[in-house]
Design a protein around this ligand. Sequence first.
Ligand code: NAD
Length: 331
Amino acid sequence: MPQRLAIFDTKPYDEESFREANDTYGFELTFFEPRLSKETAILAAGFEAICLFVHDLVNAELADTLYHHGVRLLALRSNGYNHIDLAATKDRLKVVRVPRYTPYAVAEFTVGLMLSLNRKLHLAYSRTKANNFSLVGLQGFDMHGKTVGIIGSGLIGSIVAKLLHGFGMRVLVYDHRVNNDLIKEIDCFYTDLDTLFRESHIVSLHCPLTHETHHLINAATIRKMRPGALLINTSRGGLIHTHDLIDALKSKHIAGAALDVYEEEERFFFEDLSHSFIDDDTLARLMTFPNVMVSAHQAFFTKEALQEIAHTTLSNTKKFFDKTPLENEVK
Ligand code: NAD
């Protein structure tokens, strides 16, 4: 009997990458377009293994429902697992994830956002489309010689550090753990958060969302930031207290923000809502600023990343069915 995997919250690109990777594994794959929710959990009935993405939120109630439907494995096709209530899945549902895939996808996108925000490429693009060739308001600054502050120097943050070091930037880093490989490769300086905030022209977030990092960027920490700093977030929306960011944009203490993630993104990101309106006043306000760029959790979205994500997810699932040790288990 073929081993079966139900994949929730799928788009055509997910189906393509999973079908391609599945040539090696031979699962019977079932693709469900809807996200996993209380209402859609019934679709999981009869599947021992289901595959979830970042907006498939599993709380205690849903964990219970899934268990009763016979589900035993949640194969996350993401690095982050903050959308799963691990206390509720403990001892009943195994959770595996994709601990790494090409970090270049997110790192390169981060630098792209930085360049766009600083040099106002997003504004220039729509201006020239409308035959407006004026440069007024489009001035940026040389990144060469400026200071970037990187919070979190793991896989992604360390590549961002290296890319920006290549631009001739002074690189400050904050992390609990010093990345010794990074220090060997480039001149960068581990420092405390206050110094990083005070000295950085650009602050870029690359740490996970945890109790400790929730709202790491808030009114108090923003006050410590250099006036006119740019803020980039390609990590998780919950790292930023969005109302405080909006206040700082209004007072011009923060000169611009590029956000690939947003605290309440689940209801919007990955969907085409162009026929509708945004009933989240915070997100709507954020998008009125010309110096704010919002992308819809797109940083990971390269061909290479999707291939690696599909392969690791199927390999994790195979190990579960074959009862071999799960090296990518989240505990
Ligand atoms: P990683 O685990 O390799 O690195 C995270 C680093 O953050 C580690 O070095 C860790 O020590 C550090 N850290 C933990 N707590 C910290 C704290 N309180 N302050 C400072 N540093 C702290 O992870 P990664 O692969 O580099 O990914 C970083 C983040 O990027 C992920 O947590 C995820 O939220 C996000 N991400 C976003 C996308 C996207 O498409 N936008 C895709 C993948 C990952």
